[in-house]
Design a protein around this ligand. Sequence first.
Ligand SMILES: [Zn+2]
Length: 101
Amino acid sequence: MRRWNCGLCGQDVVEGQRFTFIGSIGAVHVECLLESYTRQLDKRDLIALLDANEVLLYAIIRFKEAERIASGEVKSILSEARREIEKIAGRIALMLGQLST
Ligand SMILES: [Zn+2]
C-alpha cells in the first residue's frame, strides 16, 4: 500500500481518509487544505465552492444508487433530479476552475 505524508500537517495520509493532490504541495488531507484556505480571507470563496462541490458530487453518487434500485416513474423522477444536480455541479466546477487560476 502506498503511503504519503500530508504536505500541510506532515502526518500520514492513510487510505480511507479524504485527500487530494495539489500541484505545488503534493498529497494533502482535504481537511488540512480547507483549514489552510479558511485562514486566508481571499480563499473563502474557494472553500465555499469546494464544500458545495463535494456535497453535490456525493448527492450525484447517492442519486445514481437510488436510481439503480427504483423503477418506473420513481426512477425517471430521480434521474431527472440527478441531471439537474449535475448541471449545478457543472456550474460550480466551472467557477472553481476560474477561481483556482
Ligand atoms: Zn494533513
